[in-house]
Design a protein around this ligand. Structure first.
Ligand code: MN
Length: 449
């Protein structure tokens, strides 16, 4: 069965991870599909802490969902022959299974060579001198039938594919050759099955459900080749396109976990206390323990229900999660990259990173180094500018650090800062609600002019 990946955004945060795991559980409760909770990158410390404390396995890290050769394989039982088989046994086997191409494998399923009915016929014809040696045919036939598969299998000039190769790449090789079937192996040369040109027509793309994002820039690589089945999110509507109509739940609440938990609750689907705790963690981190202006009444209502089921106190548990990150132990690049999101407007690419802290002062001391690191990132990824929001969840304020060629645009709207060049924004805590829209608006105005 083809898996369906439930996956959040790159640089996954707790909400993304928790929503992926919880929604996987939800889907699995109501349908037969094989759902896999996935992460589009390394987990952060908070996520690891939450998963460990609540007893969840980390989701698998999936860095690319483009269509690969593996997706073209049918999960049919593997039929193969061994090198020790005689040609008589082989002929019987081919007839019995009505197969024209067979892989030759060793006892560990490693690929050794290929046998096609055409090659077999060729051997007969050549040995019979293309008809000139008809008189000796019984002897020749007996000789050939006594041979081993190892003697006649084809081991050279084969076109075989690795399962993780992109289909686009494989297609080129298929078009340049004339074989009926192509063996597929994994990275350890274990045989996985056969594909043919015909399989290209059916193009079985990877299936994904996106949670906690809906913009291509933030999604796992290769998403443009994947089949998006559903999206559950609480961000602005971005640019992803689908071929078919899909279930797209976007609602301006504080966290995706609120929406996932709501589905459990509305449909009376059972969830364990640990899963309640996990979803609560997503809400607490995304709403900064209900202090972010993105927090809605629904978030509070759902969180109260999750509190009841999990037995966790939101304030206590939230503080524990926040105290986990040891910001001072991170390099500047790590600090910036941990929760970084990229955005596009016209030809402008920019990025906004955010770190949450309980002590603004300590990060401010590293401002120069942070700006240097941000400038490097701008150059590397072609950002016109980037911002780092250092948000103090108890002061309920953000210090905005800006870098890049077009940092003037940000300063224009948020102010050039005080005498120390510090842009201190009172009451600003939410990237998506209080920073991203303002920047988009500024860019839009500029583009009109
Ligand atoms: Mn979120």
């Amino acid at each position: 069965m083809k898996p369906i990946y439930v996956i959040g955004h790159k640089n996954p945060d707790v909400d993304s991870i928790a929503a992926a795991i919880a929604y996987k559980v939800y889907k699995q409760s109501s349908d037969e599909g094989l759902y896999i909770a996935a992460a589009a990158g390394e987990l952060n410390e908070e996520s690891n802490f939450v998963l460990e404390r609540l007893g969840f396995e980390a989701p698998v890290i999936v860095r690319n969902v483009r269509t690969t050769v593996e997706d073209l394989l049918d999960n049919e039982k593997i039929v193969y022959v061994t090198a020790e088989m005689t040609v008589v046994e082989l002929s019987n086997f081919m007839q019995q299974h009505r197969l024209k191409t067979l892989p030759v494998l060793d006892d560990k399923h490693k690929f050794l060579g290929l046998l096609t009915i055409g090659d077999l016929a060729m051997i007969f014809m050549e040995r019979l001198g293309h008809g000139r040696d008809v008189d000796n045919s019984p002897e020749i036939l007996r000789e050939i039938l006594g041979k081993k598969v190892a003697d006649i299998m084809k081991t050279r000039d084969l076109v075989l594919f690795e399962s993780q190769e992109s289909v686009a790449e494989a297609k080129k090789h298929m078009m340049a050759s004339r074989f009926r079937n192509y063996p597929v192996v994994d990275e350890e040369n274990r045989y996985l099955g056969m594909i043919s040109r015909y399989d290209l027509l059916g193009m079985k793309r990877k299936k994904v459900i996106l949670v906690d994002h809906n913009e291509e820039k933030q999604a796992v690589d290769g998403v443009e080749e994947a089949e998006i089945l559903e999206i559950i999110d609480h961000h602005r509507v971005g640019d992803l396109q689908t071929i078919m109509p899909i279930y797209f739940h976007n609602e301006p609440v504080g966290s995706t976990c609120t929406l996932v938990a709501e589905r459990f609750l509305n449909n009376s689907v059972y969830f364990s206390p640990d899963l309640a705790g996990l979803m609560l963690s997503g809400i607490l981190t995304d709403t900064m323990i209900f202090k972010s202006p993105t927090t809605t009444a629904k978030d509070r209502r759902v969180a109260a229900e999750l509190e009841r089921v999990s037995g966790l106190s939101p304030l206590e548990w939230g503080k524990q999660i926040y105290s986990i990150s040891h910001l001072e132990q991170h390099s500047e690049e790590e600090l910036i990259s941990e929760d970084l999101k990229e955005y596009v407007s016209g030809n402008t690419i920019f990025a906004i990173a955010q770190v949450e802290t309980v002590d603004l002062g300590r990060l401010s001391q590293r401002k120069d180094k942070l700006i240097n690191a941000m400038n490097r990132l701008c150059e590397r990824y072609n950002y016109a500018f980037m911002c780092l929001m250092v948000t103090d969840i108890f002061e309920e304020a953000t210090e905005l650090i800006v870098a890049g060629e077009r940092s003037d645009l940000v300063e224009e709207v948020f102010g050039y800062g005080d005498t120390a060049g510090r842009i201190y924004l009172h009451g600003v805590m939410s990237r998506k609600k209080q920073v991203v829209p303002v920047i988009y608006e500024a860019l839009r105005k500029e583009q009109i002019i």
